[in-house]
Design a protein around this ligand. Structure first.
Ligand code: ZN
Length: 153
């Protein structure tokens, strides 16, 4: 879960100029590796973070502590989340994605992910399949979801 700050703090609405479904986002191998290293470190707990970027291109991977310390859900630390929002705004970027891990599956969004999705961003789910991590992107809107291609550049 990620707190929706845009209602109380209108300036954060600028972080979400992209409201329409993104068909794909691009990220570098290093950015993917940074997400994998972060979630791997916290396994078997879920781990989470934010993807800042512009025009569907990830510019920065921001790790956030999972306050829930749970293997089946995440709650972003609200202070770290706000600090990350401030950083994104200061750097003229947008929040284009939220990533989190499913150390024990599923390899897709969970009912909780659908229920708790509060931002129009790509949700990247990292799942451990045997010893390797796989990443998939999803768009969640109005209780439904579809896959968003992750283009590794
Ligand atoms: Zn999830």
């Amino acid at each position: 879960m990620i707190l929706d700050y845009t209602a109380q703090t209108p300036k954060y609405a600028a972080l979400f100029r992209t409201k329409l479904l993104m068909q794909s986002i691009s990220l570098t191998k290093d950015q993917l590796q940074k997400m994998v290293a972060h979630v791997n470190l916290h396994t078997p707990m879920e781990a989470c973070g934010l993807l800042a970027g512009l025009n569907s291109k990830v510019e920065s991977v921001l790790e956030v502590t999972n306050q829930a310390q749970s293997a089946v859900r995440f709650v972003m630390d609200p202070i770290e989340q706000l600090k990350a929002f401030e950083w994104i705004e200061t750097n003229g970027l947008e929040l284009i994605g939220i990533f989190h891990s499913h150390p024990v599956g599923p390899e897709t969004v969970s009912p909780a992910d659908i229920a708790e999705a509060s931002y129009a961003v790509v949700h990247v789910i990292l799942t451990q399949v045997e010893d390797a991590w796989s990443a998939r992107g999803f768009w969640i809107e109005n209780g439904a979801f579809c896959e968003v291609r992750l283009q590794i550049i």
